[in-house]
Write a protein that binds this ligand. Structure first.
Ligand code: ADP
Ligand code: GLC
Length: 475
C-alpha cells in the first residue's frame, strides 16, 4: 500500500512527546511490512539541522507561501521523508508549537493550515510527483483539516485520523476560518465549528473515513463527558468508525542494546540493572544506597500528567524510605513548585528541569519504580519503556495505562490506583514498597514486565487492517 503519513513531529528529527515516538517508528514498522510509506513533516529549524541530504523535489503554492518540498530520510531508516521548507513559518527557535517562553506561536493556525494543505495536495498528487497514496494517515489536530479539504473529491485517497490526545484540539477564531478557503458551509457544528471556535481536530474526526485513538480504553473514555473534552457527543456519533490501537515502542528502547546505559542488561542478566541504579545515584548526587527504592518520573510538566496529584502527595511520599528523581519541562508553575520541594529535600529528591533524551534512558534503567499518575493518558509510552526495562510502573488506571499495567492476577507487572487522590497514590506506593522488600516477588514482577511484547509488530498489523477496511469501502 502507498501511505502518506502526516505528522507535526517525528523522532529523531523533532520531538516534544509521544507523537514523535510514534511518527518516527510506525512508518518504519509499516515499511518493514512491505508498504511504501512517505512521512510528511514541517522543516523546522531543528529538523533541517538533522535531516540527511535534503533535496528539493517540488515547489508547492500553499496559501500565500511558496513552499519547497524537500526529500530526505528518517535517520536510521529508509523511510522517505518529505519536509515542507517554508522559513517564514518554520525556521524558529523553541519547539514546534511554542516560543522559548513556552508561549504558543501566534500564527500556529497558519503554520498547521499549511501542513494540512500540503497533505491534501500531495494526497491527490497535485504536485506532479507521480506518486499517489492510497491512504492518507493524519495525526492529531495539526493535520486535522486535510481530510476536510479532501472531502467530496472522487480522486482522494482513504483517510485515517489518529487521535493521540483529544485535549489538544487546535482551536482558532472565525477570522482564521475565513482565510482557509474552506467551504462556508463547514462553519457548522456538524463540521468544523466548535462552540464559536474553528476546530482543526474536528476536521479529522468528522471527515476521515475511520478514526482511531492509541488505546482501547481511551477510545471508550473519550465517548464520555468526563474524558471527551466536549467532543464526546460527536465521538459517540462516530463510534462505528472509532477504535483504539495501542502504540508499540521502538527498538532503541531496549536495555540490552541501549548506548546511554552504564551497563546494558536483559531479563537473563537482571542483576546488572543495579549498576545502572548506582550510576544514576552517583550522577544525581544521591546516596549510593542499593537497597533504597529509587522512583522515577519523566514527562511533560502538564496537568495531564497528574502533577497536581503528585505535588499533593510529595510531602508524605518523601517521608517514606526512598529516593525520587523527576525529569521534565513544561508549565512554569510546576517547575517552580518542584524546584522548591527539591530544595527542601536534598537528601532524596532530585528535580532535573529540561528535556534530556539520554538521561531519560538512564532513569528508565536505573529506577526501581516508575510513577505515572496521569489524569488521563491516551496511551503513554513511558510505562511501556519501564516495563521493558524491568522498572515497575505505578500508574493511575486510565487510558493506555489501564490496558498495559496490571496489579492483580497472572498478568501482574506493576501497581495501579483508581481514585485520582493523593491517598490512593500513596496506598499504591505502600503496596509497591511492601513488594520491593520481598525480593523474590519483585523479581517475578520484573520478569513479567520485561516479557511483555510492546514491539510495533502487532500494532502495525492493526493499522494495516484499518487501512484495508478503508480501501474495502467503508468510506
Ligand atoms: P506524551 O506524548 O503525552 O508527552 P508519552 O508517554 O506518550 O506522553 O511520551 C512522552 C515521550 O517524551 C517519551 O518518549 C518520554 O521519554 C519523552 N519525554 C517527555 N519529557 C521528557 C524530558 N523532559 N526529557 C526527555 N524525554 C522526555
Ligand atoms: C499523546 C498522548 C500519549 C500518547 C502519545 C503517542 O501525546 O498524551 O498518551 O502515548 O500521544 O500516541
Amino acid at each position: 500500500m502507498r501511505i502518506l503519513f502526516a505528522s507535526s513531529e517525528a523522532y529523531p528529527l523533532v520531538k516534544t512527546g509521544g507523537l514523535a515516538d510514534v511518527s518516527g517508528s510506525l512508518p518504519r514498522a509499516l515499511q518493514h511490512r512491505g508498504h511504501d510509506v512517505r512521512l510528511l513533516l514541517p522543516a523546522y529549524r531543528q529538523v533541517l539541522a538533522k535531516a540527511p541530504t535534503p533535496r528539493p523535489i517540488a515547489t508547492l503554492k500553499l496559501g500565500r507561501h511558496e513552499v519547497a518540498l524537500l526529500e530526505s530520510r528518517l535517520p536510521g531508516s529508509k523511510v522517505k521523508t518529505w519536509l515542507l521548507h517554508c522559513p517564514a513559518l518554520y525556521d524558529r527557535p523553541g519547539d514546534p508549537y511554542h516560543d522559548q517562553h513556552h508561549q504558543p506561536w501566534p500564527d500556529n493556525g497558519e503554520r498547521f493550515l499549511t501542513l494540512c494543505q500540503a497533505a491534501a495536495l500531495l494526497a491527490t498528487d497535485e504536485a506532479g510527483l507521480a506518486w499517489r497514496p492510497e491512504i492518507l494517515h493524519c495525526n492529531d489536530w495539526q493535520t486535522g483539516l486535510a481530510p476536510a479539504m479532501l472531502a467530496g473529491r472522487q480522486d482522494r485517497p482513504g483517510c485515517l485520523f489518529t487521535i493521540h490526545n483529544l485535549a489538544y484540539q487546535g482551536l482558532f477564531g472565525f477570522e482564521h476560518f475565513l482565510q482557509t478557503g474552506l467551504p462556508p458551509e463547514y462553519w457548522s457544528y456538524e463540521a468544523l465549528e466548535f462552540h464559536g471556535w474553528f476546530s482543526y481536530i474536528k476536521g479529522g474526526i468528522v471527515f476521515a473515513d475511520l478514526v482511531n485513538t492509541v488505546s482501547p480504553t481511551y477510545a471508550a473514555e473519550i465517548q464520555t463527558p468526563e474524558f471527551g473534552c466536549g467532543l464526546d457527543g460527536l465521538l459517540r456519533h462516530r463510534r462505528q468508525a472509532l477504535c483504539g490501537i495501542l502504540n508499540g515502542i521502538d527498538d532503541h528502547w531496549n536495555p540490552g542494546t541501549d548506548p546511554h546505559l552504564a551497563r546494558r542488561y536483559n531479563s537473563r542478566d537482571l542483576d546488572a540493572k543495579a549498576q545502572n541504579k548506582a550510576a544514576l545515584q552517583q550522577e544525581l548526587g544521591l546516596a549510593q544506597a542499593p537497597d533504597l527504592p529509587l522512583l522515577g518520573f519523566i514527562g511533560r510538566l502538564a496537568e495531564q500528567k497528574g502533577l497536581d496529584l503528585l505535588l499533593a502527595a510529595l510531602p508524605a511520599l518523601l517521608t517514606r524510605p526512598l529516593q525520587l528523581v523527576m525529569l521534565g519541562s513544561g508549565e512554569p508553575h510546576y517547575q517552580q513548585a518542584l524546584k522548591a520541594i527539591a530544595r527542601e529535600h536534598p537528601q532524596h529528591f532530585r528535580f532535573e528541569q529540561g528535556y534530556d533524551e539520554a538521561l531519560a534512558h538512564r532513569i528508565e534503567a536505573g529506577a526501581d519504580l516508575f510513577l505515572m499518575p496521569s489524569l488521563f493518558e491516551p496511551c503513554g509510552l513511558n510505562q511501556l519503556y519501564s516495563l521493558r526495562y524491568g522498572t515497575l510502573p505505578l500508574v493511575h488506571r486510565v487510558g493506555g495505562l489501564a490496558d498495559t499495567v496490571f496489579e492483580e492476577g497472572p498478568e501482574a507487572n506493576g501497581f495501579c490506583f483508581t481514585e485520582a487522590t493523593p491517598q490512593a497514590l500513596l496506598a499504591a506506593l505502600d503496596r509497591a514498597l511492601g513488594r520491593y522488600r520481598q525480593a523474590g516477588h519483585w523479581r517475578a514482577l520484573q520478569l513479567k514486565a520485561m516479557a511483555r511484547d510492546s514491539s510495533w509488530r502487532q500494532s502495525a498489523k492493526h493499522y494495516e487492517a484499518l487501512y484495508q477496511a478503508i480501501l474495502a469501502g467503508c468510506r
